[in-house]
Design a protein around this ligand. Structure first.
Ligand code: UDP
Ligand code: MG
Length: 335
């Protein structure tokens, strides 16, 4: 498409807003109402795609109710909980707009920022990243854990990931590029940085949750961090070689020390030294095997080639446009 036609299309194009929802019955209608009001006031044509990630409460019933009363709303229901990343991918695959925004369903990502993102997209930006100006309320462990995770991810992607979020707006080109990435376990935030394109950032303040509780426990966050690090970098494997080299240097030093002690007539205390060395090397080997094992597990998951998610129901008006028709064909091939 020529630049001129593309900018005309951008003036009248629909924005798809993707909202993953897991046990969000309390927040849902308020979120739908707030986002719709803001987009209507800004005169942005839109569709809202709620993806129910196998909620255990009445989230799906709420989504169906919204779909009956509002033609802008589409609901996708998973057969079980597949996780937020999967919900985001399902929403992107379902979207028909020329641009797609992703935001949390609890209004922690302020929808007032959406019109600003949309305007930047109209000016020609293809990836507009929401960057947290403050991280909201978090405990110390969470803050430091998140800090370390993002430092590793920044090294892995070569893009500054500190303070990034899942709140972003993507051009159709970036959406299609992300959807074409075949990995089952893909970290959306890093994928949108990896695809490149003309990017910019918009800063926002993380809001209080409108209702309900966060779905993350410290354990699920740790698992999430490991999975995403492994899906984007082989750095931990290099740590295995590093640990091996460090063990080798330490054992040389110990050997030297033992020989000096031996020839000077003070033999090293045998049992304690051997036990310490054995424990040290043993734990280094176990840790290394663990890391390698984790990568093998990820490879196993990938080669099984199972779908990222399974949709059990779809509600709302199914839009057809020249864009969605061509993409639906591609999606069906994938499933
Ligand atoms: N979410 C999801 N599947 C999950 C967990 C969370 O779709 O398994 C959704 C959730 O409904 C919300 C967003 O992901 O819209 C962010 O989750 P949450 O607010 O619990 O995370 P936090 O804001 O505390 O990081
Ligand atoms: Mg939240």
């Amino acid at each position: 498409m020529s630049d001129r036609i593309e900018s005309v299309v951008r003036l009248i194009s629909r924005l798809s807003v993707i909202l993953p929802a897991y046990n969000e019955e309390e927040a849902l209608s308020k979120t739908a109402c707030t986002v719709s009001r803001i987009l209507e006031r800004a005169r942005i044509p839109y569709e809202l795609i709620f993806v129910d990630d196998g909620s255990l409460d009445n989230t799906w019933i709420e989504i169906e109710k919204l779909c009956e009363t509002d033609a802008h709303i589409i609901g996708v229901h998973f057969s079980r909980n597949f996780g937020k990343e999967a919900a985001v991918y399902a929403g992107l695959a379902q979207s028909t707009g020329s641009a797609a925004a992703v935001m949390d369903c609890d209004l922690q990502h302020p929808p007032e920022v959406l019109p600003d993102m949309y305007r930047l997209w109209q000016q020609g930006y293809e990836v507009i990243e929401g960057v947290k100006s403050s991280r909201g309320q978090e405990n110390l462990l969470h803050r430091h854990g998140a800090g370390l995770f993002y430092r590793i991810m920044t090294k892995a992607t070569g893009v500054d990931m500190q303070n990034t979020s899942d709140f972003k707006l993507l051009d159709r080109k970036a959406v299609d590029a992300i959807l074409s990435m075949p990995e089952r376990s893909l970290f959306f935030r890093a994928a949108s940085a990896w695809v490149g394109f003309r990017s910019t950032t918009v800063s926002f303040q993380v809001q209080e949750r409108v209702a309900g509780k966060s779905k993350w426990s410290p354990w699920s966050l740790t698992k999430y961090a490991f999975t995403n690090i492994v899906s984007f970098t082989t750095m931990p494997l290099q740590f295995v070689s590093f640990a091996g080299a460090a063990c080798f240097v330490l054992s040389l030093l110990l050997l030297l020390y033992s020989l000096i002690q031996y020839f000077s007539g003070h033999a090293v205390e045998g049992y304690t030294t051997i036990l310490t060395v054995l424990l040290f090397i043993g734990s280094a080997i176990m840790m290394s095997l663990g890391i390698i094992g984790y990568y093998i597990a990820r490879i196993y998951e990938e080669v099984k080639h199972r779908p990222r998610y399974l949709i059990s129901k779809i509600a709302g008006v199914q839009r057809t446009s020249w864009e969605s028709e061509s993409r639906d064909g591609k999606d069906n091939e994938k499933k």
